[in-house]
Design a protein around this ligand. Structure first.
Ligand code: ADP
Length: 259
């Protein structure tokens, strides 16, 4: 039937045209969600139509980071409608579907079913989906990566040895599943003392850049450990929307990703 063929072609084009960028980390607490939120907004401001998928079942923090805590998406014909945020990036989060405490107890198939609903939602004309993955390299990540085939992955790590070892595992997972690694971001690199301005390195310095070189992946840039980042994030006003050095750091990394 000619009409049916046409619809299929349109769907294929639509699916391949949307780029899924996975933001991953080997362990939790390294700032993966913070980086995902700010990169999504920076890409949007650079002219991309971006949606954000928060798949971190262990700590779905995107509704809070984007100032829409407590929001609930509607479903139309069983397809989820992403929630608008004040920053031009529509959002769907595991945290909007279920209480975080309950989601942690989910089994693999439930998680992958929920993730499918988030990724295959009504993203309209979004050309890029930024996917905030759960930390680590478990079965969930593996099935997710195989099912939704990201166009590329960004690995977030602190300069600390332990975080780097875990980041290596994450890189290994993407390599084994043929997901191109866009590069590595070093977060919490260098602490600027708010009183005297002196820069110290609580988690070491340059570790992620050295590891990236050693592993043959691109180094996308570093984000300083900055009280302003924590405060703005907690207030639901992503630091990339400000005017400080920290905003510039996220914008540079987004440019590197989009290059
Ligand atoms: P993850 O997603 O890796 O678990 P989060 O993005 O939730 O990590 O960050 C963990 C905590 O660290 C949050 O309170 C966040 O505001 C803070 N944080 C992240 N990156 C920075 C940074 N560069 N400077 C200061 N605080 C940060």
């Amino acid at each position: 039937v000619p009409g049916v063929t046409e619809v299929r072609v349109a769907l294929t084009v639509e699916r391949t045209a949307r780029r899924l960028i996975a933001i991953a980390s080997g362990k939790g607490g390294v700032g993966k969600s913070t980086v995902a939120a700010n990169l999504a907004i920076a890409l949007h401001r650079a002219g991309r139509a971006v949606g954000l998928v928060d798949a971190d079942i262990y700590g779905p923090s995107q509704p809070k980071l984007l100032g829409v805590e407590g929001s609930r998406p509607q479903a139309r014909d069983k397809v989820l409608q992403p929630v608008a945020t004040p920053y031009g990036v529509p959002l769907l989060s595991m945290g909007q579907l279920v209480d975080a405490d309950k989601a942690i107890a989910w089994r693999g198939p439930m998680v992958s079913g929920a993730l499918g609903q988030l990724v295959d939602a009504n993203w309209g004309d979004a050309d890029t989906l930024v996917l905030d993955l759960p930390p680590g390299t478990g079965d969930v990540q593996l099935s997710m990566v195989q099912k939704h085939k990201p166009a590329g992955a960004v690995i977030v790590s602190t300069p600390q040895d332990l975080a780097l070892i875990d980041a290596r595992r994450a890189i290994d997972l993407f390599r084994r599943t043929d997901v191109p690694i866009i590069g590595m971001v070093e977060n919490m690199a260098g602490y600027a003392c708010p009183h005297c301005g002196e820069i110290s390195d609580p988690f070491g310095r340059g570790g992620a850049e050295a590891a990236a070189a050693e592993l043959g992946v691109s180094f996308l840039g570093r984000v300083p450990l900055d009280l302003a980042i924590r405060a703005a994030s907690d207030a639901g006003t992503p630091p990339v929307t400000g005017t400080g050095d920290e905003a510039a750091a996220f914008i540079r990394i987004a440019d590197a990703i989009d290059a």
